[in-house]
Design a protein around this ligand. Sequence first.
Ligand SMILES: NC(=O)c1ccc[n+]([C@@H]2O[C@H](COP(=O)([O-])OP(=O)(O)OC[C@H]3O[C@@H](n4cnc5c(N)ncnc54)[C@H](O)[C@@H]3O)[C@@H](O)[C@H]2O)c1
Length: 367
Amino acid sequence: MVLSVSTPVDERTRRPDLTNLAAAARQVARWCGPETLVVVRSTVPVGTSRRVVLPPLTDAWGRARLVMAPERTIQGQALRELVELPQVVGGLDAESLRAGQDLFGGLAHQVVPVSSLEAAELVKLSNNCHTDLIYSYGNEVALIAERHGLDPLEVIRAANLDYPRPNLSRPGYVGGGCLSKDPYLMVESAGDRGTFLVDAARRLNEHLPVHVATAVVEEIRRQRGTTAGARLAVLGWAYKGWPPTDDMRGTPIVPMMPVFREAGLVVLGHDPMVTDDVVRAHGGEPTSLDKAFSDADAVLVVNDHPDYRALEVGALLGGGGAKLVYDSWRILDESAVTAAGARYAGIGYLPDPDRVAVPAGARPGQA
Ligand SMILES: NC(=O)c1ccc[n+]([C@@H]2O[C@H](COP(=O)([O-])OP(=O)(O)OC[C@H]3O[C@@H](n4cnc5c(N)ncnc54)[C@H](O)[C@@H]3O)[C@@H](O)[C@H]2O)c1
């Protein structure tokens, strides 16, 4: 019996909500028996399998066969990765572990036994929080580059080139159902000492969409003198563009929208994967790609869906239209944007407006 129910965090307190897992464990205790191998696959704070899942099983059966085998697949490639990723398995006891190894040995190319349920729980959290940390560092570098008028990609590329140490990551939003909550499961696992890095990295990654939204609003204000009624086309509402998904969990749009609303912007929305109803439910007016560039005052590209990489942005802007293109993932042709008379920007990258044909004024990003 495999338990892979959602393990969210409370929106307000950010504390783990394990009620689904507890309910599922009670159902398993009711309908199955002591010979059933129970597999916890959800991502959980360290100690949860023993503290939340095990008691209902042993209360009902007197004993239990229990393993923790974390799901580490990436969305969009799960079926391939189920087979190709090494499967970590921790057991309640030797018999449970053997049964877990047998089960996953028939699926994954490689099974990695670890010595406890808790070790397996921490493996999963460590992987995801490491990813959040690595990305947050790229974002930190980008925010500092912006303060100095530098191009973070120039800095990061130069830092990485043939340098035999760990690479810096490019700046970008860090969302999705897992990375937006797993750091809080790690913080919970740290107990009353808290964490030094994990919560700081998460705060930085959660700040980035607000930073970008504010920069976009300030640039629109600089160009038009006012933001009220200005039209902003936002491309890419799902939390990521590759592999393509319609998943809105942890999307940067949610923290961005209050900034746009406060500035009185009209937000137009486009995403090849997300339905118009979902765009509307998040406060956008669905639009086409053509109209996004021709009818809006500014375009903000939020995710890197392959359709956006392929855009002929010079042609789209050819007849006038948007005067700002904020390209979060730097996937568009900067020179085509500036040749069309629009200002080009990216995360941490706000090149001098004097380089392009827009009126001089206060640098964006300043209050
Ligand atoms: N989505 C991913 O790619 C991914 C990758 C790695 C790990 N995980 C982890 O796997 C777990 C599930 O993630 P998800 O994205 O599939 O979540 P989800 O919310 O999309 O799906 C969870 C499913 O569990 C069901 N459920 C909830 N409570 C239940 C109960 N008491 N009994 C029976 N079913 C119940 C829900 O109806 C839903 O279908 C989470 O802990 C997540 O962190 C997910």
